[in-house]
Design a protein. Structure first.
Length: 370
């Protein structure tokens, strides 16, 4: 008998209120796809015209569009309550922080349906605020041990905490891309050392320190090139910083690319300078693609990158340490390749979608058995 038969009849209502299809919503799609393959009935509540709505429909996932303006959107809570009552799910799973956790939890309580919430970010809040935010939830799912530890410090009981790491489809990174065409697209010379960084252009992603590191590397390793993928409100400021550091021929801002997974393996190294990170899906993807990683030891990143085995970790917000770590791997191809192989093996073993989905199923079933 297969898992698919075993889980027939379970119905999960997912709530994701994010507008853009970034790392969190991608995890929701991974989870729902895997749950549906196991016979679980799913419905996704999300904003109309959102990134996840488009992708979910492409994947054949049933959706219900409800607009949410944020944590104070009480009409959203009312509409969601009514929809939960009509659908009668076994569990409500809230996935995003903006609106979904506070109002989604309240709606589930009003509808008398048990609820769980996924916590993907590692920013702190006062203990009384955390107590109020998570009161409606029977379980709080942290995507890293680092986030779980932070929640404990905020007073969340161990009995309600569950760590389930984010996942990636490592097989999706196995196909070979036309790397010559990729390098040509980004104007990377054949003899250059090509690095990639991916993330929102916001302060906690640490791009300013990476640009400072690149300024030093331009002098010691002039063959270095960096392509930064992502968008955000620091876009103009970071471009101005790069220009002031004379990095116009070294650093390129490529914007958001939804096809990055298909060609990230063409780079020689992945750099992740974030000073705060729940786990780091971009790091997971780079490791799945077989790239060595240089990253800041922040949040859950150290659960993905094992220092000295799959990459190098440096203190956050230290451009000099970042430059030194990058230079170490620019100069040592053998070590860099060994890190890449070990990183891909680690992702396949510990961060597989099937593992993530099975852990969620176990949590759902234990909750329903209470």
């Amino acid at each position: 008998m297969t898992d698919t038969v075993y889980h027939l009849g379970v119905k999960i209502l997912h709530v994701e209120t994010g507008r853009h299809f970034l790392g969190g919503p991608q995890q929701v799609i991974y989870l729902i796809d895997a749950l549906q393959a196991r016979g679980v009935d799913n419905i996704l509540v999300c904003p109309p015209d959102s990134g996840i709505d488009t992708v979910a429909r492409e994947h054949g996932i049933r959706t219900q569009n409800l607009f949410c303006a944020g944590d104070l959107d009480l009409p959203f809570a009312y509409r969601l309550t009514q929809f939960i009552k009509a659908e009668k799910p076994d569990i409500v799973h809230c996935h995003s922080r903006r609106g979904a956790d506070v109002l989604g939890g309240l709606a589930a309580s009003f509808a008398d349906v048990p609820a769980v919430v996924s916590r993907r970010v590692d920013n702190t809040e006062l203990s009384f605020a955390a107590a109020l935010r998570y009161r409606p939830f029977r379980r709080i799912i942290a995507i890293s041990d680092a986030i779980a530890g932070m929640l404990r410090e905020q007073g969340i009981e161990d009995l309600r905490l569950e760590v389930i790491h984010s996942a990636v489809d490592a097989d999706a990174f196995g196909a070979s891309a036309d790397c010559a065409a990729v390098r040509a697209e980004f104007g990377i010379p054949d003899d250059a050392f090509a690095m990639a960084a991916a993330g929102q252009l916001i302060p906690r992603k640490g791009h300013r320190y990476l640009l400072e590191a690149m300024s030093a590397l331009k002098l010691t390793h002039p063959q270095s090139r960096l392509v930064i993928f992502g968008e955000g409100y620091l876009n103009n400021q970071l471009r101005a910083q790069a220009a002031s550091l004379g990095l116009g021929d070294v650093v390129q801002f490529a914007g958001y690319r939804d096809d990055l997974d298909s060609f990230v393996s063409c780079f020689d190294l992945f750099v992740h300078p974030a000073s705060a990170e729940g786990l780091g899906v971009a790091v997971l993807k780079a490791a799945a693609a077989g790239l060595a990683v240089v990253a800041c030891d922040a949040g859950g990143v150290g659960e993905v990158v094992i220092d000295g085995e799959t990459g190098l970790l440096v203190p956050p917000e230290e451009a000099g340490a970042l430059a030194d770590a990058i230079a170490t791997l620019v100069d040592d191809e053998e070590r860099r390749n060994a890190f890449g192989r070990a990183g891909r093996e680690r992702v396949q073993k510990h961060f597989a979608i099937v593992t993530m989905a099975d852990r969620h199923l176990g949590l759902y079933e234990s909750l329903l058995a209470e």
